[in-house]
Ligand binder design. Structure first.
Ligand code: ATP
Length: 323
């Protein structure tokens, strides 16, 4: 099995190596290969990622991705947005799981306000919000597939203002009815508040690209912050797993980043490759360490990234040994 590893920038260099080690412990058959991409690469070479890198990523069974700082050049496209588009990773799956919530944000990942159709003139800047039938059908089908295994589906939109969201909402509704899924709809702004007030109502939430990005950061509040949330970017032929958080330049290099979001992304990667038992071991090891009161600073603890990662690795070793 071939796994591409992209640490990226900032805390990507701190939270991804321990995940790679854990994957190697669980699956000695994994062959890793590294792709250097991001701001650091751009500073060194003028390219944050190349066509050859994208071609290499296509050869992987799955990609483990850290986070990237977008180069501050006006015409530079975000590396992760480019990868999502080129590998057609249309479904961004963001589970938000903790004692107060157990929901999954299903974010359309290739269009909407991330269409890349933008025009900047002297006195006007314009971004086209492009919603297609194909994009809306496939993301709502993915959400319905998850909802049939769970409880219900909520469509997050702003159809009272945006015609493009009337289009998106209607397609999602149609797919939900076809799939026989219990469905409700909610304006995205109201949903951002209600998910915090009544998280137990929500299960699968499907929404467009930018709304999904914002909603998942809002929902992170329910479970202890961005350091905990993993995600999967899934397409027909490729899949990439990354923490929801970014490169966090404000805390990078200080050994204080929480590696749990990255570790849980590793767990999602294994589950995607149909190794649910190994995925469950990573989750169990994290829970066991948290249960001992070992936590990073964002959760109120004192452990550094390295100490916390070592504790999870040792716990994982113990779980593997004891079968
Ligand atoms: P980007 O633009 O790449 O998303 P950003 O700095 O805008 O980067 P994040 O990197 O997601 O956004 O960081 C937002 C905040 O959350 C920062 O204050 C950061 O320190 C904090 N944060 C993010 N990830 C972690 C983590 N793993 N552990 C602790 N704090 C984190």
């Amino acid at each position: 099995m071939k796994i591409a590893v992209v640490e990226g920038d900032g805390i990507g260099h701190e939270v991804i190596p321990p995940v790679r080690e854990m994957l190697a412990m669980l699956r000695p058959d994994i062959e890793f290969f590294e792709i250097e991409a991001g701001y650091g690469r751009w500073q060194r070479t003028g390219d944050a990622i190349t066509d050859d890198d994208i071609a290499a990523l296509r050869t992987a069974d799955a990609i483990l991705f850290g986070a990237i700082t977008t180069p501050p050049a006006p015409d530079y496209q975000s590396v992760i947005v480019r990868i999502r588009k080129e590998l057609d990773l249309y479904a961004n799956i963001r589970p938000v799981k903790g004692s107060r919530a157990d929901l999954i944000v299903v974010r359309e990942n290739t269009e909407g306000l991330y269409s890349g159709i933008e025009k900047i003139e002297k006195d006007t800047a314009c971004t086209v919000r492009c919603i297609t039938r194909k994009g809306s059908e496939r993301i709502s089908r993915y959400a319905c597939m998850l909802a049939t295994r769970r409880r219900n589906l909520t469509i997050g939109h702003k159809a009272n203002i945006l015609k493009s969201d009337v289009f998106f909402r209607d397609i999602c509704m149609e797919e939900a009815h076809k799939a026989g899924v219990w469905v409700r709809e909610c304006y995205i702004d109201a949903l951002c508040l209600d998910v915090l007030l009544h998280p137990e109502k929500y299960d699968i939430i499907v929404t467009t690209n930018l709304f999904g990005d914002i909603l998942s950061d809002v929902a992170a509040y329910l479970v202890g912050g961005l350091g905990l949330l993993p995600s999967g970017n899934i397409g027909e032929n490729h899949a990439l797993f990354e923490p929801v958080h970014g490169s966090a330049p404000d805390i990078s290099g200080q050994d204080i980043a929480n590696p749990i979001a990255a570790m849980r992304s590793g767990s999602m990667l294994l589950a995607h490759l149909r190794d649910e038992p190994s995925a469950a071991l990573i989750d169990q090891a994290i829970e066991a360490v948290l249960g001992k009161g070992i936590m990073t600073r964002d959760l109120g603890g004192t452990a550094g990234t390295r100490d916390f990662s070592r504790a999870v690795r040792e716990e994982l070793e113990r779980l593997i040994r004891t079968g």
